[in-house]
Design a protein around this ligand. Structure first.
Ligand code: PNS
Length: 161
């Protein structure tokens, strides 16, 4: 499939910022394979299965979205899944340096794969999975920042009513 993209990340957990990027991507690409990194270097709150399941639930009615966990090189995973496009979200200038390095490294590893950057709605420009976890752990309100499914799972993890 020519117009298939992978959207990789840790998604620990998926936020409304990620959902916004996926929705924008769906206007452009025929299929998006949300690619959940199994073992990121950072410490995880949710297991691979929990992260994949939450995303699958959120996009259960969207045929153009597929969700898979992966490990190893992203470019190898993309190629194995017939995708030549990587989607990444850019929230602010502070994201740029890391994304620039990753894009050029991925291009060095596989020049046939192109990275596309999409910007989320400005309402999500401050949003990150890390902050979502912190706010949730401290009992703060996450309304409008994560899908309902994720909010429920966070409350359960942190034993909040
Ligand atoms: O949401 P994140 O944690 O910023 O996503 C990072 C991710 C998953 C895109 C990145 O860590 C990745 O692609 N990992 C796979 C390993 C790999 O291919 N490394 C070389 C690329 S620079």
């Amino acid at each position: 499939m020519k117009n298939k993209a992978v959207y990789p990340g840790s998604f620990d957990p998926i936020t409304n910022g990620h959902v916004d990027i996926i929705q924008r991507g769906l206007e452009i690409f025929d299929k998006i394979l949300i690619s959940v990194l199994k073992n990121p270097k950072k410490e995880l709150l949710f297991s691979t299965k929990e992260r994949v399941d939450m995303i699958q639930t959120i996009f259960s009615s969207q045929e153009k979205v597929e969700v898979k966990a992966f490990d190893g090189l992203l470019v190898d995973f993309a190629k194995k899944n017939n995708a030549k496009i990587i989607i990444r979200g850019l929230r602010a200038i502070s994201d740029f340096e890391y994304e620039f390095q990753m894009t050029l490294m991925n291009r060095k590893l596989d020049p046939e794969i192109e990275t596309f950057f999409l910007m989320p709605n400005v309402n999500y420009s401050f949003l990150s999975s890390k902050l979502v976890k912190e706010v949730s752990m401290l009992g703060g309100c996450l309304q409008g920042l994560v899908p309902m499914e994720v909010e429920k799972k966070l409350k359960k993890k942190f034993k909040i009513n």
